[in-house]
Design a protein around this ligand. Structure first.
Ligand code: ZN
Length: 486
């Protein structure tokens, strides 16, 4: 295949032609000098070419489920919520013949002036059950088809408390075939944002799921799947090793170990006590894998060829994870690395431990961090300090926690701000080029995999708002189009 008339982002800006054979870039030359056009030629019209993007931390099934649910939190009335549902069902993405429930979530009806009735949803006319879950999860608003499905025919108005919880629970149970369709849709959507690969840290055993999905035609993404501690022996018994290819798109990923909790729940394990919790139990957070449990798990993984990645959010948890990598003398990753002791910064580079970070969380958590980590936030989400200390960053979304959209992630790292707010610790901002480097695994060069994205704007020249919403005209994975609006 020949991609004609494109400019390589970060290159000279001169139009070039790119030849791709067997999924690999085999030639880059001045545009128009590549010989006659064949059937397999695409003119990129001077658009920009960059390497395809990776999301280094996702929970893909969870993301696929959330993607199927309509966010109705902005509805100011029942009428508005119904209009949002109508528009979403009509949208091209919705599977028209589906009899699985259409799910919305997040409505807050306390101040609505109109009533949320079964009839209002029935007026949308479909046979498809519709379930809208309230923002506090204590109520569901359904149509007659859903009343029938869940055994509440005859009920009028909203279902609250027990029946609401029961329905919400059942919504989370999805058969493999249905989930695979949603995963495929989510994978295609990711490709439309320029994603060519993910590290899937879904907590389930993933080998068969992804093998089946890829065999079934989900070919929009490369997938590295993580193995959790509870599945370590199963992976060892199968002889799975990190980096092993299962098929052309599927690779065995890391051993995922969770060593502490989270910031929002004040369970991230820190050197300092959480303000107001001094002297209480777990005042410093929760160490879920103390060294005498973490080390044997890491050792077992390493011996079998499965490289550890350790979830560590608090500074003390990070310190202990780094100690463990030092003691074993192995490389690996730390997931999140949200709060770091100044003395630990240099150790990432020294030990060859990659910091797998989620910059968009910094913007969700900045106020919480200022409260729970008061006086310490100069060391929180310290991307600039990590890079300056020589560490390698791998960026991701932790979807569904943040949206699986690398441009949102990149913009967060570059701006450390969203909307009109002043940047949070602007000294920790990184450049677009650095953020892209932390989101890519290839370059646009001869001999590299043809995992590529085509954009109308040069990402390196885009301002933050355009970066966050950057339009991707096409995505290629191994030289095949996985997204194409050219
Ligand atoms: Zn995660």
């Amino acid at each position: 295949m020949l991609l004609r008339n494109t400019r390589v982002s970060g290159g000279t800006g001169e139009p070039v032609d790119i030849r791709i054979e067997n999924g690999i870039i085999t030639g880059i030359g001045p545009s128009g000098e590549s010989g006659p056009s064949g059937d397999d030629t695409r003119d990129l019209g001077g658009r920009w070419l960059s390497p395809g993007l990776w999301d280094n931390h996702v929970h893909f099934s969870q993301w696929a489920l959330v993607q199927q649910r309509l966010d109705v939190s902005s509805a100011g009335s029942a009428r508005e919520a119904v209009a949002m549902v109508a528009a979403a069902i009509e949208a091209a993405d919705a599977d028209p013949g589906s009899t699985s429930p259409f799910i919305g979530y997040g409505f807050r009806d306390a101040l609505w002036r109109d009533e949320a009735t079964v009839e209002a949803l029935d007026a949308l006319g479909g046979q498809r059950p519709i379930v809208l879950v309230s923002g506090d999860l204590h109520a569901v608003w359904v149509n007659t088809a859903a009343l029938s499905l869940y055994g509440h025919l005859g009920h009028t108005g909203m279902l609250v408390e027990e029946p609401a919880f029961e329905i919400t629970r059942r919504l989370g149970i999805v058969d493999d075939a249905q989930l695979d369709r949603w995963v495929d849709a989510a994978a295609r959507h990711a490709a439309s944002r320029g994603v060519v690969g993910i590290v899937d840290l879904e907590m389930a055993w993933s080998l068969e799921n992804w093998t089946r999905r890829i065999a079934g035609g989900t070919r929009s993404l490369r997938v590295e799947f993580g193995v959790y501690a509870q599945h370590l022996e199963r992976a060892v018994a199968l002889g799975l090793r990190t980096g092993d290819r299962v098929n052309d798109l599927l690779t065995v990923g890391p051993l995922k170990l969770i060593s502490d909790g989270s910031l929002n729940t004040r369970t991230a394990y820190c050197f300092d006590a959480y303000p107001g919790r001094e002297g209480e139990e777990n005042s410093h957070g929760l160490l879920t894998l103390p060294p005498d449990e973490l080390l044997p798990l890491m050792r077992r993984g390493v011996a079998a060829g499965i490289v550890p990645t350790v979830h560590a959010i608090g500074d003390h948890a990070n310190s202990l994870a780094l100690d463990a990598f030092a003691e074993l003398g192995v490389r690996g990753r730390i997931e999140h690395a949200q709060l770091l002791a100044a003395t630990d910064l240099l150790r990432f580079a020294e030990l060859g431990v990659v910091a797998s970070v989620q910059p968009d969380h910094a913007l969700d958590d900045r106020d919480v961090a200022e409260h729970h980590w008061a006086g310490r936030t100069d060391r929180a989400f310290a991307l600039r300090s990590l890079l300056d200390s020589g560490a390698t960053l791998a960026m991701g979304s932790d979807a569904p926690v943040s949206p699986l959209d690398p441009w949102v992630t990149i913009a967060a790292a570059v701006a450390r701000s969203r909307g009109d707010r002043e940047p949070w610790h602007p000294e920790q901002r990184i450049t677009v080029a650095e953020a892209l480097a932390a989101s890519t695994r290839t370059t646009v060069a001869v001999g590299q995999r043809a995992d590529l994205i085509v954009t109308g704007t040069d990402p390196l020249a885009a301002d933050v708002e355009s970066l966050r919403r950057l339009g991707v005209a096409a995505t290629l994975l191994g030289g095949e189009f996985t997204h194409d609006t050219l």
